[in-house]
Design a binder for this molecule. Structure first.
Ligand code: AHG
Ligand code: MN
Ligand code: MN
Length: 339
């Protein structure tokens, strides 16, 4: 039997790949692993401790209804990162503004972390998979002062690390530092993430497509034609309502995930900094592609504001290219203007 490799061992081993690494990024990744275990514990007992359901009629900074578990996950991640000392700033989907961590607590750390603490929160009440998404940037602001919003408004190509956690049938943490993608499954008996998916490579194509087909009539013509094409090919439609889970399936088995512009969300629904960029980095590192419905590479987009949204087409490279052909062939210029 192969020896078990824990996430901590793996991260420390990989630190040697970065000749000038100070251990700060290593520490930060380990702290995110700890936060993931804490969130996992709460997700698993959500049905038992009355933290299900919507928190009043609260809406988050992006205008979505907030679930109690979102708030819990958000608080835990913020606590872990604040205490880690390896991070000088945080941006969360659930917070309007960035959180600056004072230099004394952060030891003048040079990284900032952006995250979606709980992705797929509409799934919580019904015991379906949810996830956490994170991206780590090196700060660009003056290291002598507090971090600034510009540290987070960097293009996705500037990510130093990114990943996600799925709280599903098993809890899996997948991350990349730009040298391939590896996945770790939480072994609850020892409380450790153990290497289970080494050097993940996304298949060139797959049998699955993920899109909210309920919006079919609200999609632009190229999207409707592509969905018809998937249906003609007898591809299997899977849509969980948590992009982490849908993209994880594509990563392992091949497939495509799409969230285009709709009448309600003319620029797309998903958040560039908290969702699209980290997942695009992971998928590209595994050999996949991620573009917008306007055919820009997600990682090349220049964010203008923290809670900016983007359309996304992400997954197996051949399938993304096919979708690109549909857009080139059928799209009418600019965003949908239908109401
Ligand atoms: P979140 O729970 O963080 O707001 O994210 C949910 C996102 C994404 O994960 C999912 O694929 C999508 O919203 C679902 O949206 P629709 O219900 O509009 O399809
Ligand atoms: Mn989300
Ligand atoms: Mn969320």
């Amino acid at each position: 039997m192969n020896r078990i490799v824990t996430l901590d061992e793996f991260i420390i081993h990989r630190q040697k790949d970065f000749p000038y690494a100070s251990g700060e990024l290593t520490g930060l990744l380990r702290d995110i692993g700890v936060a993931a275990k804490i969130v996992n514990r709460e997700v698993n007992k959500a049905g038992l401790v009355n933290i299900l359901g919507v928190e009043g009629n609260a809406e988050n900074a992006s205008g979505d209804t907030v679930q109690k578990l979102d708030i819990y996950a958000n608080e835990k991640l913020i606590d872990c990162l604040k205490n880690s000392g390896e991070c000088c700033g945080i941006a969360s989907e659930e917070n309007e503004d960035i959180i600056q961590i004072p230099a004394v607590e952060s030891k003048n750390a040079k990284y900032v972390v952006a995250f979606d603490p709980l992705d797929g929160s509409s799934n919580i009440d019904v015991n379906v998979s949810v996830g956490t998404i994170f991206g780590i940037y090196r700060r660009i602001s003056d290291p002598e002062g507090p971090c600034t919003v510009d540290d987070f408004l960097q293009k996705g190509v500037k990510l130093v690390a990114a990943g996600y956690v799925i709280y599903g049938t098993s809890t899996i943490l997948v991350y990349t530092t730009g040298r391939g993608v590896n996945g770790f499954t939480l072994d609850p008996s020892i409380g450790e993430f153990c290497l289970s998916h080494r050097d993940i490579k996304i298949p060139d194509r797959g049998n699955y497509y993920s899109v909210n087909q309920g919006y079919y009539l609200k999609f632009d013509v190229e999207m409707r034609r592509y969905i018809d094409y998937c249906s003609d090919l007898n591809l299997r439609l899977r849509y969980i309502g948590s992009m982490v889970s849908d993209i994880h399936r594509s990563l392992l088995q091949g497939g495509i995930f799409l969230y285009p512009n709709t009448r309600k969300y003319p620029k797309g629904k998903l958040r560039l900094i908290y969702e699209c960029n980290p997942l695009a980095f992971v998928v590209e590192q595994a050999g996949g592609k991620a573009i917008t419905c306007q055919l820009e590479r997600i990682l090349d987009l220049e964010p203008k504001e923290l809670h900016e949204r983007s359309t996304i087409v992400i997954g197996s490279p051949v399938m993304v290219d096919e979708m690109k052909n549909f857009i080139e062939r059928y799209s009418v210029p600019a965003y949908s203007t239908q109401e």
